[in-house]
Design a protein around this ligand. Sequence first.
Ligand code: ZN
Ligand code: MN
Length: 266
Amino acid sequence: MTERPFAAEMPWPDFHARMKDGKTPILIPLGSMEQHGHHMPLHVDVLLPTEFARRVAARVDGLVAPSFTYGYKSQQKCGGGNHMPGTVSLEGQTLVHQLRDVIKEFARHGGRNFAIVNGHYENSWFINEAVDLALRELRWDGVTDVKIVVLSYWDFVNQETIDKIYPDGFPGWAVEHGGVLETSLMLALYPDLVQLQRAVDHPAATFPPYDVYPVKPEWTPSSGTLSSPKNASREKGELMLRICTDGIVQALQDEFSISPGARAAA
Ligand code: ZN
Ligand code: MN
């Protein structure tokens, strides 16, 4: 089992050997460059799905494609808003076309099983559109056997884990931006990039049931986080890391008909 299953780190003959029979799952991490409060770097949404993809790929004998390091525009009610300093985003159609192109290119090299591993909520519908366009255009080229699993890692945190992580009540994923989930995962994986002493403790943000454009900056807590990272810990991060990795591995084994023992036997 390789610990660095990154497609772009391989010489081409090795890449070709892995791609040509179409069986190797290709994992494509998608993130964003987005402010995550005073205590975390701008690339949280890239670092986390890339590491999930790496761990999952090692267990399903997959390859990790280069990560998308920019994402769709941050939205105020789930990412603080695109007006915040540090947030650098793509327009929707740019993201759609880039992802569509990358899927088609990996398919041209033989890839048939794909997993989009999302780490930035705002990318969600643009991923769906890119996947739909890629499948449609591949179909026009006579390629009809491509299957694409689309997932966001946090959706694999089950209720039992939520109860453990948020004993005082779960604020909801939308306001988790820079909060307990992401901070705990960063503490587990990249503690040197977290400055917990700079974290701002504040009540979870509340918003009216509609959006306004241009945004009203006063709606976003001044820290940039939408809920407090105060209760984050390395232990919580390790728990979610395990739960989500296991869940994603299971999903890919099911969807790509990979038998769980295949790796051990290989
Ligand atoms: Zn984030
Ligand atoms: Mn984000």
